[in-house]
Design a protein around this ligand. Structure first.
Ligand SMILES: [Fe+2]
Ligand SMILES: [Fe+2]
Length: 177
């Protein structure tokens, strides 16, 4: 059981896995879609493409009618497996220094996804929506701290420099100056 006040993102990667409080917090009708935002860009094209796909898959989990939920969850599971395997593979093959906790976080998310697939097979629709909300909460922090460090590491290895990230927001600010 998650400690009181813990965020859904903590529940997603916590030792206890999917908790009941997590489901109860995601009230019916609360979920809206998940839109891509350029602040998620990390400057490594393959990572950024994968992250766009992540956002699309989670958006589908939030917005698809109940009849399409099993398909959306299977699509998300397939995406997550490939997404995490790609990053884990890069970390291992390049000797990335902070690999262990990053790989561990991916594994915990996948374990939650497997648990939710099982629950859905038993008829629990609400838990899938709750997972989607938890994933939406989890992603920005994970991308900011863990994936951005990996993106910088990968870009430095190939080009010897930091990634160049072009964000529309920054361009607008520049135009306003
Ligand atoms: Fe990622
Ligand atoms: Fe990651």
């Amino acid at each position: 059981m998650a400690a009181a006040g813990a965020s859904r993102a903590d529940d997603l990667t916590g030792e206890a896995g999917v908790s009941e409080s997590w489901v109860n917090e995601a009230g019916a009708g609360e979920a809206t879609g998940f839109d891509w935002d350029d602040r998620y860009l990390l400057g490594h094209p393959a990572i950024d493409d994968t992250h766009r796909e992540f956002v699309e898959c989670v958006d589908a989990l939030l917005t698809v009618p109940d009849a399409g939920l099993a398909g959306a969850l299977d699509a998300f599971a397939a995406h997550a497996e490939a997404h995490f395997a790609q990053e884990d593979g890069w970390m291992r093959s390049t000797g990335f220094p902070a690999a262990d906790c990053h790989i561990d976080e991916h594994a915990k998310v996948l374990a939650s996804v497997r648990e939710v697939q099982q629950a859905l097979a038993e008829g629990d629709v609400d838990i899938v929506r709750a997972l989607a909300v938890a994933l939406q909460d989890w992603f920005p922090g994970h991308a900011d701290y863990m994936d951005s460090a990996l993106a910088q590491w990968m870009v430095k290895r190939s080009h010897g420099g930091a990634p160049l990230v072009f964000r529309r927001e920054r361009a607008r600010n520049l135009q306003g100056d």
